[in-house]
Design a protein around this ligand. Structure first.
Ligand code: NDP
Length: 297
């Protein structure tokens, strides 16, 4: 194995330290404690785990955590009323509605009800538009985590050929936009892409966000390329046991790549760290403390 392992767990710990330092400064210098509200509708087990983890890490960095757990049959009006009250609450600087929502709730309507400046997931249409036009926005957490790791490893990304596999609104498209904003030459691949192996072989940077276990083999990777594996897939192994794997075949890709993120321990830990960072960013902007926004650099 030749690739350098990009340690997302360690990187996320560094991001959390910077967030905690900024939170402490906001408290002592301005008397402000950033607050993150997380709304969970229903009892989806994976969502419950994420929400618990977000709440725990929010408190660990010194911020206020507000959890709102609603029954699975909560009406849209009740949920929208809750979002309105969080939008108006000065103690809340970030609002996250855990997705997916139960089927009777309109996700687009709900997400677009969040005040854009408190939309720490970056999914509100106003933030999508701002990102798409290269303006200051709230940036979706998973692609932001990938970008921070890429910048840390490469320094400048300018002129690199980047291939993003996957075109979802939450990962693929914002990832491509961020890479474009950093002056990469970006290709977005998807299920209808012709000759995907050939497209991937031209990439200096490959971001795989497909949701298909170990789909990208090592012989698709250009020697020395950087591979960012966003996928989280639980697969069965022997004796009824399971394990987590990404969207790339780790061993074969690591043998060819210059650098690679592992699963687990790569992109995953960065997502919540970036959520905390986004909450601090939102808090700074809401309080007109924008010169303190660059706390991650
Ligand atoms: P989606 O299912 O929304 O999107 C998957 C994308 O992959 C689609 O654009 C689809 O193309 C494309 N795709 C599917 N099959 C192929 C194929 N055979 N060849 C090329 N492209 C294909 O998934 P998400 O973007 O939400 O998530 C992607 C992965 O990232 C999942 O494993 C998910 O668990 C993980 N994830 C990890 C996070 C983290 O914190 N680490 C956070 C969010 C997601 P098309 O549009 O044509 O259908």
């Amino acid at each position: 194995m030749s690739a350098q392992i990009i340690d997302g767990k360690a990187f996320a710990a560094t991001v959390r330290q910077k967030v905690a330092a900024k939170v402490s400064e906001l408290k002592t210098a301005h008397g402000i404690t950033p607050g993150l509200a997380v709304v969970l509708v229903g009892t989806d087990p994976a969502s419950q785990v994420y929400v618990r983890s977000k709440g725990k890490q929010t408190v660990q960095v010194g911020m206020n955590s507000f959890e709102h757990k609603l029954d699975a049959d909560t009406s849209e009006d009740v949920l929208l009323d809750l979002i309105d009250s969080l939008n108006a609450d000065p103690a809340v600087h970030g609002i996250l509605v855990q997705l997916p929502l139960p089927g009777h709730l309109d996700e687009t309507l709900v997400i677009n009800r969040i005040a854009p400046e408190k939309d720490v997931d970056g999914f509100h249409i106003a933030n999508v538009g701002l990102l798409g036009t290269g303006q200051k926005s709230m940036v979706p957490c998973t692609p932001l985590g990938c970008l921070l790791m890429l910048r840390d490893y490469h320094g400048s990304l300018s002129g690199k050929n980047a291939v993003v596999i996957g075109r979802s609104n939450i990962v693929g498209k914002p990832m491509a936009q961020l890479l474009l904003n950093d002056s990469c030459t970006v290709t977005i691949a998807h299920s209808r892409t012709a000759d995907l192996p050939d497209v991937v072989r031209r990439a200096d940077i490959v971001v795989a966000a497909v949701g298909r276990p170990e789909m990208v083999p090592g012989d698709w990777i250009k020697p020395g390329a950087t591979v960012i594996d966003v996928g989280i897939n639980r697969i069965d192994i022997e004796d009824g046991k399971t394990k987590l794997v990404g969207d790339v075949a780790y061993e074969s890709c690591a043998a060819v790549a210059g650098a690679i993120t592992p699963v687990p321990g790569g992109v995953g830990p960065m997502t919540i760290a970036c959520l905390l960072a986004n909450t601090v960013t939102a808090c700074c902007r809401i309080n007109n403390l924008t010169d303190g926004e660059d706390f991650l650099s």
